[in-house]
Design a protein around this ligand. Structure first.
Ligand code: HSE
Length: 412
């Protein structure tokens, strides 16, 4: 197998070293394309080029490995490579989330593989797992901590009393924050990964702009104290579940997580995914979601599967009954707000806790999911979901028969 590699950052360099130390794979890197060729690097100078055509137009190179951070440039490279009959391995979650349906159609048309295990949860083999398992075993739900930086910040702040700034600086220093850390903090990175995983879990095509998500920027001590008093911690939780209406609920929103929950065990930069299925019940995958060797290990694993012509089949796209999203469900949410005049009570169909003492103000209760995008946009509110937050409309309707009170508010 002859590779052309794009990018020689943390992951690219680690991959080069892993390939050097694994000669039995029979993989050779013929060229590495970088943006600037003026740095001293850990590989021979003649390996590097700044001309992408030296890889893309080289007929000896059968596989392109794309590990750059610029999503637009990555898209151009990946598309060109596929159209010219090369297999592609990429870790570019932003690029994939934005273009997945098109790239899937394209690689099938050109009869080459497009593999991207490292794009979601780094070293955790979650995509291949979702591809190969749970065909017959119904996936009731999947939830995960899929962004290491936000998880590092949340655990450092609330379990080790560091400040947000300090924790973020450390995440940057350790090399797992994005070059633009707002991609982590505002939830964009987790949303990109979740869009990729939803395709493999349920066959859902969703662009990040159509996914309900937010980040951790407004979570503070008041929320952490609320959690601690109840034996909970806070995680940025990516969640999806099959609804009784035959569709799927999905979002990425901070959530209170019981200390005994698998996701509470996921601390610092680690990632974790919990699947609940009809036959297997609960399964928990845990590991490093970022970093040179863990991510390069996943890339190398993709490269290695190409030796037996592995390709994703996207079976859920054709066979899953749950392959479209619905916002017809409810969530149990806690919403903290700055002053009495701004109480978000109009979002709730039912409230079961309300503290309005001017110091820390919050409402806890039930919100229809169709209102979540608007609620999350109101940046003066902090929204944290309760453990087991999703309640189906069917369940709420059953309650409705008892109380006769539930109706979803219409907001302008
Ligand atoms: N910034 C990402 C994270 C890197 O913190 O999870 C790995 O995708």
């Amino acid at each position: 197998m002859t590779l052309g590699l794009f990018g020689y950052g943390t992951v690219g360099e680690s991959l080069y070293k892993l390939i050097e130390t694994t000669p039995e794979l029979g993989v050779t890197i013929k060229k590495v394309c970088v943006r600037y060729n003026d740095k001293k690097r850990s590989a021979p100078k003649e390996l590097f080029t700044v001309n992408r055509d030296e890889i893309l137009k080289d007929p000896d190179i059968d596989t392109v490995v794309e590990l750059i951070s610029d999503a637009d440039a990555a898209y151009t490279i990946v598309k060109f490579a596929i159209e010219h009959g090369k297999h592609v391995v990429t870790a570019n979650k932003k690029m994939l989330a934005a273009h997945l349906p098109e790239l899937i159609a394209l690689h099938k048309q050109h009869n080459v593989s497009l593999l991207y295990e490292a794009s979601a949860c780094g070293s955790i083999p979650i995509i291949r797992n979702l591809e190969e398992y749970y065909d017959n075993d119904k996936l009731y739900s999947i939830k995960g901590v899929v962004n290491g930086s936000t998880n590092y910040i949340l655990t450092s702040m609330f379990e080790e009393q560091k400040s947000f700034k300090e924790a973020l600086a450390k995440a940057q220093e350790l090399g797992f924050a994005e070059a633009d850390p707002s991609l982590d903090i505002e939830g964009h990175d987790a949303a990109n990964k979740w869009c990729i995983l939803l395709k493999h879990a349920y066959g859902i095509d969703v662009h990040p702009s159509n996914l309900t998500y937010t980040g951790i920027e407004s979570i503070d001590e008041a929320d952490a104290s609320y959690a601690t008093e109840r034996g909970w911690v806070i995680r940025l939780v990516a969640y999806a579940c099959a609804l009784p209406n035959g569709k799927t609920a999905a979002f990425v929103i901070p959530a209170f997580v019981h200390k005994t929950d698998q996701l509470a065990f996921v601390r610092h930069e680690y990632n974790g995914v919990v699947m609940d299925t009809k036959f297997s019940s609960i399964q928990f995958l845990y590991g490093k979601g970022a970093g040179g060797n863990p991510t390069a290990g996943a890339v190398l694993s993709d490269i290695s599967t190409l030796r037996y012509h592995y390709t994703y089949e996207y079976r859920k796209q054709h066979f899953s009954e749950q392959n479209s999203l619905s916002d017809d469900y409810f969530v149990q949410a806690y919403v903290r707000y700055p002053s009495s005049a701004e109480a978000p009570t109009h979002y709730f169909v039912a409230m079961n806790e309300w503290q309005n003492n001017g110091d820390t103000n919050f409402v806890k209760g039930t919100v229809h999911a169709s209102l979540l995008p608007k609620l999350l946009q109101e940046k003066h509110y902090t929204v944290v979901l309760l453990p087991n937050a999703v309640v189906s409309s069917e369940d709420v309707k059953a309650l409705d028969k008892v109380s006769g009170k539930i109706h979803v508010p219409t907001l302008n």
